[in-house]
Design a protein around this ligand. Structure first.
Ligand code: ATP
Ligand code: LTN
Length: 333
């Protein structure tokens, strides 16, 4: 396989389908920044996945720049990592056609994200939404990826990616490296309005999520309004979904354990705790927002990154694609 050098390879991506939330940050991007020295990393803005749900073209375009700016503002280095846009590397969709022919209808029907999104977009259950996981498998398998750092909600897609890779390898011999999911703490942040549901950037209720780019006042207000329970104890327990979620968020931002948090807020009410979560969240996100504002004023810089990194990604992707084309019997010219 191609990446025989000492460093393992990592691939992950975010859809430019809304304003990134602290769920995306704590579940994915924040962890990516800790990996960039020890792994060879590719971080993609998956715009082709985003159009499985209707997008306004101008918003999609703007958000593609924004996600790249957020990646950099969160501390990802565009020289050390290959950071690029999915539609700039045609090999993703080229491989996905082949993989569609090695993925079963039944497998795709079982994907919970497909079921959730079909329910939410009942008037637009398109074929792309259905085959979304084979494009994701292509993203990952094209680069002979070892590890995929994602939030818990993506575990099922990675399992499917592994099944597709194993199936292809067993028919044609070793072609794809079989990737592992890399899922860490903060892997699931829940909605502030309905704490049994995952926090999602495409939620219609803006009070259900905190965006990475929200202003301090909004952050404090959203946490103040967060749905909790009628108990008063700041402690983790079954049935206390709202408080459990706030404890996870507080812990991710401060590094404190549940015991430390419980001690810190012993004898204090939910009001104090919510205010503290809001403060620490706003404080952590403030430097990211300033850097984001600076980067968004420099489109040429972002475009330079798009171009340079898509060339690096294309170079790696072509190696796997041509191997696959040869194995399935396409004539090479
Ligand atoms: P959408 O709601 O539009 O489907 P999303 O908010 O789920 O989008 P994605 O672009 O699909 O965001 O996900 C980007 C990354 O963020 C993925 O690794 C995903 O697992 C992670 N992620 C998304 N939401 C959460 C969450 N609530 N908690 C933890 N991680 C999350
Ligand atoms: N499906 C993911 C986004 C995504 C991704 C990927 C993540 C697309 N391609 C490849 C990791 C690896 C999501 O909805 N969060």
């Amino acid at each position: 396989m191609e990446n025989t050098e000492a460093k393992k390879r990592i691939f992950s991506g975010v859809q430019p389908s809304g304003n990134l939330t602290i769920g995306n940050y704590l579940g994915a991007i924040k962890n990516w920044t800790t990996l960039q020295d020890d792994y060879e990393c590719l971080y993609c803005v998956v715009d082709q996945h985003a159009i499985t749900v209707r997008q306004t073209p101008a918003d999609l375009r703007r958000r593609t720049y924004e996600i790249m700016a957020i990646y950099i503002a969160c501390g990802l280095d565009p020289v050390k990592n290959i950071m690029y846009v999915q539609s700039h590397v045609p090999a993703h969709v080229q491989l996905s056609w082949v993989l569609n022919c090695y993925t079963m209808f039944g497998e795709l029907s079982r994907m919970t994200q497909f079921k959730d999104k079909s329910a939410k977009n009942a008037d637009n259950i398109n074929a792309g939404l259905f085959t979304y996981p084979t494009l994701m498998a292509s993203d990952i398998l094209l680069y002979q990826t070892d590890l995929v750092p994602v939030g818990e909600d993506q575990r099922q897609h990675i399992e499917l990616t592994r099944d597709i890779a194993n199936r292809f390898n067993s028919v044609y011999g070793e072609t794809f490296r079989v990737p592992e999911p890399y899922i860490t703490k903060g892997a699931k942040i829940y909605s502030l309005a309905e704490p049994a549901k995952k926090m999602s950037k495409s939620d219609e209720n803006v009070n259900a999520y905190v965006s990475i780019l929200d202003k301090k006042d909004d952050i404090i207000r959203k946490f103040k309004r967060a749905v909790t329970d009628s108990d008063t104890c700041v402690c983790r327990a079954e049935g206390k979904d709202g408080i459990n979620n706030l404890m996870t968020i507080y812990s991710c931002f401060t590094g404190k354990s549940d015991e430390e948090i419980e001690r810190e807020f012993a004898g204090k009410g939910y009001g104090d705790f919510k205010a503290a979560v809001g403060e620490v969240c706003a404080e952590s996100l403030d430097p990211i927002r300033s850097e984001f504002d600076r980067l968004m004023k420099d489109k040429a810089y972002l475009e330079g990154i798009f171009k340079e990194n898509s060339e690096k990604a294309s170079y790696l992707a072509r190696k796997t694609l041509s191997k696959v084309y040869r194995k399935v019997g396409f004539v090479q010219i």
